[in-house]
Ligand binder design. Structure first.
Ligand code: SF4
Ligand code: SF4
Length: 147
């Protein structure tokens, strides 16, 4: 094992719940409204943020009850690793599932919780709250910067 850190020495399926949760870099990208092409299955991200996301921290305002309050909120679990392709390419879960290293700005690597924001890798200041956009207009808000 040497000096390897847990995400470098363990498979995603071997991690404790605490380790698993700590992998989230807090970018907030997966909390943007997504549109799926029903024919191709392709997922498109919009710059519209879920109604529960905090504009300052990019964290969920009610993480414990998120799935009761937002029906399509997705809970990431080790059992779904093979389906993480819909996540942003910068997402730690997707990176590790694809055997790639975490980026320098990931809080676990940098040791600083706000490094994801300072590196410009989060949605901070880049999204519109869901409450301010009519659902019929989501398609006009499709973006590419989370890819
Ligand atoms: S995209 Fe990944 S790293 Fe970013 S908030 Fe979602 S789960 Fe966390
Ligand atoms: S309910 Fe919370 S965790 Fe789920 S998508 Fe919305 S902000 Fe993100």
């Amino acid at each position: 094992m040497g000096d390897k850190r847990f995400w470098e020495s363990k498979h995603l399926k071997e991690m404790s719940e605490e380790e698993w949760e700590s992998l989230c870099d807090g970018c907030g990208k997966c909390c943007l409204i997504k549109l799926e092409d029903i024919d191709s299955g392709n997922v498109f991200y919009s710059n519209v943020g879920c109604k529960l996301i905090n504009e300052d921290t990019c964290q969920c305002n009610n993480y414990p009850q998120r799935r009761e309050l937002v029906s399509d909120c997705v809970r990431l679990t080790p059992a779904d690793i093979d389906n993480f392709h819909w996540l942003p390419s910068t997402c730690a879960y997707r990176l590790l599932a694809e055997n790639k290293p975490l980026e320098w700005w990931h809080p676990l690597v940098s040791g600083e919780s706000d490094s994801v924001h300072r590196a410009g890798m989060s949605i901070k200041g880049r999204f519109i709250p869901e409450q301010n956009v009519h659902p019929d207009d989501f398609q006009e808000h499709i973006i590419t910067w989370v890819d």
